[in-house]
Design a protein around this ligand. Structure first.
Ligand SMILES: Nc1ncnc2c1ncn2[C@@H]1O[C@H](COP(=O)(O)OP(=O)(O)O)[C@@H](O)[C@H]1O
Ligand SMILES: Nc1ccn([C@H]2C[C@H](O)[C@@H](COP(=O)(O)OP(=O)(O)O)O2)c(=O)n1
Ligand SMILES: [Mg+2]
Length: 268
């Protein structure tokens, strides 16, 4: 079992804060603290690499996580999937979880964190993609308290509400929460409880905001740029991350011009 102190090391300060040029779907203050600084938690085998994946319902988190897994081999833990599995297993919390999800609300943090904890501690992986978590300050604090860990980076899929609603209503996976009433409630909960967490990580210099409008591949190119940007400062120090992944150039299928255009689009 791994453990890591919840304290943070200083950031590498290489290029200062930058302002993004795409209008955020939510008019909040990512731009004030968005930065290209690469967080450097104390590495050296103390804990796994952790990437949280955030965004509203239908913003494309799961879709992009599947591509990250395929390209970079991180272990994907979807908080929502773990909760749905718990419902399906008729566990003691099943009914409460089901009702909470139908209402578009957030399941008590202890339940969700203990499911994540079980997965992480029984896994040999050293690099985790934790999707749909933390969805509230309470989620975040519970993870830090129980796991003694913080994310190395946080991806935020920034998507306009109507696009998210359309995607959810067309998702077609038979989910109890994919209906107009629940998704509207979920959007309210997202704004009230999740945006503050996203802002928190922006202030900590850990947030990478992805414009979630476009084709799946276009969006993934932005994700690829984030992982490429991690390479120079984290080098081979991300436990378990193969050198091949870390040294793979971004946008291999495109020219250098496209690379810089895309990186600027991501960062400014
Ligand atoms: N870039 C995209 N453009 C259009 N539809 C998308 C895009 N990305 C994902 N989708 C679709 O939108 C729905 C929600 O995507 P999903 O990955 O489940 O989002 P989330 O996990 O954030 O709720 C799915 O049906 C998915 O196939
Ligand atoms: N940290 C979390 C994650 C999900 N949940 C619950 C509440 C969410 O509306 C549902 C579904 O989450 P999931 O991440 O699968 O949903 P989306 O992929 O964003 O549509 O699960 C939770 O209570 N706490
Ligand atoms: Mg999802």
């Amino acid at each position: 079992m791994w453990r890591r102190a919840a304290s943070l090391s200083p950031f590498i300060s290489s290029s200062g804060s930058l302002i993004r040029n795409h209008q955020t779907a939510y008019n909040f203050k990512i731009w004030e603290s968005f930065t290209t600084e690469i967080p450097t938690q104390v590495k050296g085998g103390k804990g796994p690499f952790i990437c949280f994946v955030l965004g509203g319902p239908g913003s494309g988190k799961g879709t992009q996580c599947a591509k990250i897994v395929k390209n970079y081999g991180l272990t994907h833990l979807s908080a929502g999937e773990l909760l749905r599995r718990e419902i399906a297993s008729n566990s003691e919390y099943g009914t409460t979880i089901l009702n909470t999800i139908k209402e578009g609300k957030i399941v008590p943090s202890e339940v969700t964190v203990s499911l994540i904890q079980k997965e992480m501690e029984s896994s040999d992986s050293k690099k985790f993609l934790i999707d749909g978590f933390p969805r509230s300050e309470e989620n975040r604090a519970a993870f830090e308290r129980i796991m003694g860990a913080e994310p190395d980076i946080v991806l935020f899929f920034d998507c306009p509400e109507e696009e998210m609603v359309n995607r959810v209503l067309n998702r077609n996976e038979g989910r109890v929460d994919d209906n107009i009433d629940t998704v509207r409630k979920r959007l309210q909960v997202f704004k009230a409880l999740n945006l503050p967490v996203i802002n928190y990580y922006a202030r900590r210099g850990k947030l990478y905001t992805i414009n979630a409008v476009g084709t799946v591949d276009e969006i993934f190119e932005q994700v690829r740029a984030v992982f490429a940007a991690l390479k120079p400062s984290l080098g081979l120090d991300i436990p378990g991350m193969e050198s091949e992944m870390l040294w793979r150039p971004a946008f291999t299928s495109q020219g250098d011009d496209n690379f810089f255009v895309s990186v600027q689009a991501l960062c400014f």
